[in-house]
Design a protein around this ligand. Structure first.
Ligand code: HEC
Length: 234
């Protein structure tokens, strides 16, 4: 078995998943061609870069779907746990897909995230696109290639999607964490111009996104450039 694990992380996770699967064996797609670690293709949705940060910031707070609390047996803090504890994540028949259904159901006492604002259409579309593309455990290197801080750092192309995926899970709704709301341009601009947006992602401990991995150097450079330019709505 040791050799088996050494062979490939992909096979290892498939094996573990099969071992611990519950009533329905989850289908975990493993595609050896899954683009991982290369430059980010704007037409591809990447689990590690886009989907996981969204799930972590929206669903894994204390008492919810983290590895300790396991609310309703559901854990969404990694690809393996999402695939093994939520049924039918790979289905593109959305009403039969438990992940999408839980986020979009009209039953307000069942709609996730509980007691928080619903996922936006843009966030749901991002998840659906990832699923339609095969629901792979893919990733890309956001810092790979040329870091285009001139053309790549605008509000619409860079800041808005970044905040949507990595910050809004905690910083939206009627009771945003830290009292900080980052949903509209003018809210984001306020924190950009008073300096706390950039300092919150660069400080040595408890950096934002809280509990998540640090933004890569290229993203930090783009953010810094955008703030320095006066945080325009470009
Ligand atoms: C998992 C929840 C969570 C996520 C995700 C998150 N934050 Fe926060 N944020 C908090 C909490 C809690 C506070 C208040 C306590 C603190 O400052 O540590 C806070 C405070 C802040 C503050 C107030 C000033 C400061 O420096 O503390 C800013 C600005 C901020 N966050 C920006 C962001 C940005 C930008 C992102 C995304 C890159 C982000 N946050 C993601 C939970 C989160």
């Amino acid at each position: 078995m040791k050799r088996f694990f050494l062979l490939s992380g992909l096979f290892a996770s498939l094996f573990t998943a099969t071992l611990f699967s519950c009533k329905h064996d989850p289908f975990i797609p493993v595609d050896p061609d899954t683009p991982s670690g290369g430059t980010c293709d704007p037409d591809t949705v990447y689990f590690q870069n886009q989907v996981l940060p969204l799930l972590i910031s929206s669903c894994t707070e204390s008492g919810c779907h983290n590895a300790q609390d396991r609310a309703e047996g559901v854990v969404v803090d990694s690809y393996e746990s999402l695939m093994t504890t939520v049924e039918d994540v790979t289905r593109t028949n959305w009403s039969k897909n438990d992940l999408i259904e839980s986020l979009t159901t009209s039953e307000s006492d069942e709609r996730m995230p509980l007691n928080k604002p619903a996922f936006t259409t843009a966030q749901i579309d991002l998840l659906k696109k990832w699923i339609s593309q095969g629901a792979q455990n893919n990733s890309c290197d956001e810092a790979a290639g040329v870091c285009d801080t001139i053309n790549g750092s605008g509000y619409n192309i860079f800041v808005k999607p970044l905040v949507q995926v990595k910050c809004q899970g905690c910083h939206s709704g009627s009771n945003p964490q830290g009292g900080v709301k980052l949903t509209t341009y003018s809210e984001i601009r306020t924190y950009a111009l008073n300096g706390s947006l950039y300092s919150s992602v660069t400080r040595a401990s408890n950096w934002m996104p809280l509990g998540g991995s640090r933004l890569d150097d290229c993203s930090l450079a783009k953010l810094r450039g955008w703030v320095a330019a006066g945080a325009p709505e470009n």
